[in-house]
Ligand binder design. Structure first.
Ligand SMILES: Nc1ncnc2c1ncn2[C@@H]1O[C@H](COP(=O)(O)OP(=O)(O)OP(=O)(O)O)[C@@H](O)[C@H]1O
Ligand SMILES: [Mg+2]
Length: 259
C-alpha cells in the first residue's frame, strides 16, 4: 500500500522558482495523467520526485505513506519503488542493456523484499523474462546486446523507457511524455505495455500533451492540469479530451508569446 502525497511543493532551479505550490495525491492501483502547456513544470515535478540535484525544494513536502522522502537520494527513492521514464533519455555507452536491467531488477527486488519477485533470476531466466517484455513494447531482441540507449532512435528510446518500467515493476512510475516522437502504431503499443504493468499495488503517472495515449490505457482515474507551476484543474478522464479539443485558453492560461 503506497500513497504518494505532494504537498505545497515549491521548487527552484538555479534560483528561479518553477513549481509554486503543487498539491497532488495518488493511491495504489491508480493511473493518473498530468497535462499542461510547455514550460508549466511537468518535467520539473518528475525530476524533483526522483531528487535530481539541480532542483531545490524550498517549501512543501513529498510523502510516501506519510513519511517524507525529501532527505533521500535518488537511488534510495528508487529502492522504495519510485521510477522515472525520462522525456529525453540519455545514451549510456559501455553499459550493456540486459546487464543494466538485471542488476537494477535484482537491487529493487532485494530492497522491496517482495516475495512475489524472483531475486536471483539466472542470466538465462532473466533473458527470457526480458524477451517477453521486449515483445510487449515492440523492441527487437537484439537490443539486449546493445549499450543502454546508444544509437537508439527517438521512438526506440521511448519504448526502452517503458521496457525498463515493465521489467523493473516499480511501485510508483512516472512517465514523462512516453508518447513524444512515437509513430501512430507505437503510441498504441506503448500504451498497452504501460497498461500491462498496471497492478493493484502500483501507481502510474503519465505526463503527456495528448489524449491519444490516455485512450489506449486500460483505465485512467484522474487528470491534473499543471500551469505556471501549480495544479490549476483536476478531473476525471474526460478532462483530457476536453483539453485536446479546447486547448488551455478556457482555463485562463495564456499561450506563450511567440517572438
Ligand atoms: N536553469 C534554468 N533557468 C531558468 N529557467 C529554467 C531552468 N531550467 C528550466 N527552466 C524553466 O522551467 C520551466 C519548466 O520547465 P519544465 O521542463 O519542467 O516544463 P514542462 O512542463 O516539462 O514542459 P514541456 O511540455 O515542454 O516538456 C520552463 O519555463 C523552463 O524554461
Ligand atoms: Mg517536460
Amino acid at each position: 500500500m503506497v500513497v504518494l502525497e505532494i504537498k505545497d511543493l515549491h521548487v527552484q532551479r538555479e534560483g528561479k522558482e518553477i513549481l509554486k505550490g503543487v498539491n497532488l495525491k495518488t493511491g495504489p492501483g491508480e493511473i493518473h495523467a498530468i497535462m499542461g502547456p510547455n514550460g508549466s513544470g511537468k518535467s520539473t515535478l518528475a525530476y524533483t520526485l526522483l531528487a535530481h540535484p539541480k532542483y531545490e525544494v524550498t517549501k512543501g513536502d513529498i510523502l510516501l505513506d506519510g513519511q517524507s522522502i525529501l532527505n533521500l537520494s535518488t537511488d534510495e527513492r528508487a529502492k522504495k519503488g519510485l521510477f522515472l521514464a525520462f522525456q529525453y533519455p540519455t545514451e549510456v555507452s559501455g553499459v550493456g542493456y540486459s546487464h543494466f536491467l538485471r542488476i537494477a531488477y535484482n537491487a529493487l527486488s532485494k530492497s522491496l523484499g517482495n516475495e512475489k519477485r524472483e531475486v536471483f533470476l539466472t542470466v538465462r531466466e532473466f533473458q527470457n523474462y526480458l524477451k517477453k517484455n521486449l515483445d510487449a513494447v515492440g523492441l527487437r531482441h537484439d537490443f539486449l546486446s546493445r549499450y543502454l540507449n546508444e544509437g537508439f532512435s527517438g521512438g526506440e528510446k521511448k519504448r526502452s523507457e517503458v521496457l525498463q518500467m515493465a521489467v523493473l515493476q516499480p511501485v510508483i512510475s512516472i512517465l514523462d511524455e512516453p508518447d513524444s516522437g512515437l509513430d501512430i502504431d507505437a503510441v498504441q503499443s506503448v500504451a498497452k505495455a504501460i497498461s500491462l504493468t498496471a497492478r493493484p499495488d502500483a501507481t502510474i503517472i503519465v505526463i503527456t500533451h495528448y489524449a491519444r495515449i490516455l485512450k489506449f490505457l486500460s483505465k485512467l482515474d484522474f487528470v491534473h492540469v499543471l500551469a505556471d507551476g501549480r495544479v490549476i484543474k483536476e478531473g476525471p478522464k474526460e478532462l483530457a479530451d476536453e483539453l485536446e479539443q479546447k486547448g488551455y485558453g478556457w482555463l485562463g492560461i495564456q499561450e506563450p508569446i511567440q517572438s
